[in-house]
Structures are given as C-alpha cells and as structure tokens.
Design a binder for this molecule. Structure first.
Ligand SMILES: [Zn+2]
Length: 260
C-alpha cells in the first residue's frame, strides 16, 4: 500500500501478518532449534508504516522507538528465553506494559538472524571486515570460515577496531600470521574449540569467558573478543533495509550502546 501524501515522498504501510509471514519465509525460522520464539513476540497495531530496529528490546530502545513514532520494533534479542522466570514483574512488566499500552509490535529473530546467508549478523560482519565466505562450522552451521587481506592477527584487530568503532580484546600474539579466519557473532566463545577443529588460525566472536584465554594460549590460536552488541548491530539493519524496499515502510536503526 503506497500513500503519496507524506512529505512528497512515497510512504507505504504493511499488514502485520503479511510482514510476519514474509520474515518467517525469508529468515527460514523453522530450520533452527532456538531457545526463544522467532517472529511476532508481542502483538500491537494490525498495520504498520514505521519500523525501528535495534539489537535488544530493552526499555531504552522501546522508549526511543515510541519517540520516533514506530508501530513496530524488530530486534535480535527479544523476550521469553527458555529457562527464564516467566512472571510478568519488574523490568519485564515495565517493558511489556510500554509495548501493550502503545500497541507497539515486537518482532524478534535470534538464530535465524545470525545465520541468514546475506542479511545475517555473520554475513554482515564478514562483509564489514572484508572476510570471504568459504564455509561453515559448528552447531547448526552457525560459525563462518573465510579469509581476510590482513596478514597478521594484529592487522585484523585494527580492521575490527576501525569497522566497529571499538578496540577488540586480543588474546594471542599480534604478530602471528593468519590463514583461515573463523567468526561467529554474539556470545559464541563456546564454539572456539570447534573453530580450532575446523582449521581456524584466529577466531573472532563477541564475548569472552575465562576459559577462552587458556584455550587460546594452549593452542596458539588467537582469539578476538569484539563485543556482543557491537558484532550484532548489522543483521537487524539489513533486514530493516530489506523491509523498507519490499513494503515501502520507513525504517530507522537505533543504537542503544552497550559496552559488552
Ligand atoms: Zn546475541
């Protein structure tokens, strides 16, 4: 649906169910064993024309989205994670209250948004860092393998720093040369062992844990912790741009900074 009245520009709107169906197909949501529901998590207005994307459906993101006149928010980290306390109290109550009182739709896509071959977090991060796409590794094929122009781990760390606007934490020798690079956004430090088994000479992820350091030291495979939030800002933006093109709705990405 196109409305030509808005600022002389074409402004579209889309039916919530059409959007959900489109995203379910595009992101192939049924292919994944995930620990949260992927799709519409909180139902709001039946028709939407302004979408805000963000990494996490925090209260700050919801407030910013409402200020910008959004009808829907699309995030990578939504709600209702497996094993979570299900009660609607505290921060959960405040977030849900704000969504429901304003009929703001909440869409969330977790693993499907990490894995999408073009719009996914790993695809987008790879593109940003100039990594070639040469294969997958690990559980549900979530990890990516490729090559980079940088010759050493230190050079790769500087590429990351300028691309993400923050210094990564490097565990390893900056002078070590690179062959295969493995990467997986977010909290994928647990896949370090699988990355090593897949032949990586350096592994790049978002977070880091205490044992990660020992694994890097004892195998001689470098580890780059680039930030959970910082590495997962790009999938939702790619999806937002795609929806803008597909349906003519307005899209805005809002970055609520997170040092982790
Ligand atoms: Zn994440």
């Amino acid at each position: 649906m196109i409305d030509k009245e808005w600022n002389g520009k074409e402004r579209g709107s889309v039916d919530r169910d059409t959007l959900e169906k489109y995203l379910a197909g595009t992101l192939d949501i049924n292919r994944f064993r995930d620990y949260c529901p992927n799709g519409l998590q909180v139902e709001g207005k039946p028709t939407l024309s302004k979408l805000v994307t963000g990494v996490t459906a925090s209260l700050a993101l919801l407030e910013a989205a409402l200020e910008r006149g959004a009808d829907a928010v699309l995030v990578h980290h939504g709600y209702f994670w497996r094993g979570e306390d299900a009660r609607v109290t505290g921060t959960r109550q405040r977030r849900l209250k704000l969504l429901l009182a304003n009929e703001l739709n909440l869409f969330a896509y977790h693993l499907p948004l990490d894995a999408h071959p073009v719009m996914g977090n790993n695809a987008q991060l790879g593109q940003l860092l100039g990594l070639s796409d040469e294969g997958r590794f690990g559980e549900q094929d979530l990890g990516w393998l490729g090559h980079v122009k940088a010759r050493t781990v230190g050079e790769l760390a500087s590429i990351v720093a300028s691309a993400l606007g923050r210094e990564p934490m490097l565990i390893g020798d900056p002078a070590q040369t690179i062959d295969t690079v493995a990467w997986c956004t977010g909290a994928a430090q647990g896949a370090f062992g699988e990355a090593i088994a897949a032949g990586a000479s350096v592994y790049l992820s978002g977070e880091i844990s205490e044992p990660t350091v020992h694994l890097a030291r004892e195998t001689g495979i470098a580890y780059l912790a680039c930030g959970h939030h910082a590495t997962e800002r790009y999938g939702v933006q790619a999806v937002g741009k795609d929806l803008e093109q597909q349906f003519g709705i307005r899209h805005e990405f809002i970055d609520i900074d997170n040092p982790v």
